[in-house]
Ligand binder design. Structure first.
Ligand SMILES: NC(=O)c1ccc[n+]([C@@H]2O[C@H](COP(=O)([O-])OP(=O)(O)OC[C@H]3O[C@@H](n4cnc5c(N)ncnc54)[C@H](O)[C@@H]3O)[C@@H](O)[C@H]2O)c1
Length: 331
């Protein structure tokens, strides 16, 4: 899938890269890009709590690939997986706002303590860059659109707190230890390898699952809430550009990673139903606590410092994702 794109401007053939959470959705897409483009070595560290071996299957026999199973809540594991590494892309975390409301301690352990373990291990190992996944949830109750990086409100969930803690720790590691850190605030990423199963699945895989299998599709609230949905290739691009950008001023910042266009959930459902040729009608249910109402990113900071240019818009991303869903789940 990534053979046709080239987001790196430097030679990646001599880089040894650690992707934490690489068995998950975004991480496994990033691994595919890196191996397709000849990275010297890619190591995935993942405890498979929400990731899958099947996402790594295509790489298992690759000479330059290694999978290490373990948890980032274990400090020694983090030191071990950072050994010999040049670049870290830290994706491992427990996603989902509702999960964090149900299990705040588990979210804190993986997302906050796990993050601190990882960035500290990366510092010890002397890695060149530490790129990490933050989230648009850090905007919390900040009402203005589009969201600009410097203007955040109060977090609305334990998940948002954990991601904000990542950003704060990254700042102080840059400040005190001179680490080259870059944070990526993803906005609702979707695409192949995203899991439609389990209680904390995201809207797009759930809607796809519903239209494929003629199940009920639930929309929380009136469906007029908006999101800036981001096809995973764009998130991969942001990671790769952050890993290889040559502007030293890019470090120590956090960037919106989105498309810069939003759509209502009602609209999103119609786009998916149209891609599937389905006449299924969604069922509305209660609003979810902790959710923000509207979301739309200003992506100019990432454009300026990383050279980020999202190339895949919503409809095109939905079509590719739907093909993957059919191939994978319609057996
Ligand atoms: N998908 C989105 O829309 C979105 C939006 C904003 C932020 N993010 C962030 O992006 C990152 C990747 O998200 P994703 O959608 O690919 O999620 P995912 O759940 O598919 O992947 C996360 C991976 O981390 C692993 N993991 C979880 N806890 C771990 C632990 N303690 N030790 C080792 N591995 C662990 C899981 O097994 C999984 O493979 C996460 O940090 C997430 O919070 C995602």
């Amino acid at each position: 899938m990534y053979a046709h794109c080239r987001f790196h401007t430097a030679d990646i053939r001599n880089k040894k890269i650690l992707v934490t959470g690489g068995a998950g959705f975004i991480g496994s897409n990033l691994v595919e890009y890196l191996l397709t483009h000849g990275a010297a070595f890619v190591r995935v560290a993942d405890n498979l709590s929400n990731g899958f071996r099947r996402n790594l299957e295509p790489f298992m026999k690759h000479d330059n690939f290694e999978f290490v199973e373990g948890t980032i809540t274990d400090e020694n594991f983090c030191h071990r997986v950072c050994e010999g590494i040049n670049l870290v892309s830290h994706q491992a975390a427990l996603g989902s706002v509702p999960r964090s409301i149900a299990f705040p301690l588990a979210t804190h352990a993986a997302n906050a303590t796990g993050f601190l373990n990882m960035i500290n291990a990366a510092r010890n190992a002397g890695v060149e860059r530490f790129i990490y996944a933050s989230s648009s949830s850090v905007y919390g109750d900040e009402p203005n659109l589009p969201k600009r990086e410097e203007r955040i409100g109060r977090p609305l969930s334990p998940y948002a707190v954990s991601k904000l803690a990542n950003e704060l720790y990254a700042n102080v590691f840059a400040l005190n230890y001179g680490m080259n850190v870059i944070g990526l605030r993803y906005f609702n990423v979707f695409g192949p390898n995203q899991d439609p199963n389990g209680p904390y699945a995201a809207a797009i895989p759930l809607f796809m699952d519903a239209v494929i299998h003629n199940k009920t599709a639930f929309i929380n609230g009136d469906g007029n809430q908006t999101r800036d949905f981001t096809y995973v290739e764009n998130a991969v691009q942001a990671n790769v550009r952050a890993m290889f950008c040559s502007d030293a001023n890019a470090f120590g910042k956090v960037y919106n990673v989105a498309v810069g266009e939003n759509v209502t959930i009602n609209n999103l459902f119609d786009i998916i139903a149209a891609a599937a040729g389905s006449s299924l009608k969604p069922v509305h249910r209660e609003d979810r606590p902790g959710d923000i109402r509207d979301s739309l990113a200003d992506i100019s900071l990432a454009e300026k410092f990383l050279g980020y240019q999202p190339q895949v818009k919503l409809e095109a991303g939905i079509r590719t994702t739907f093909e993957w869903f059919k191939k994978t789940f319609l057996k």
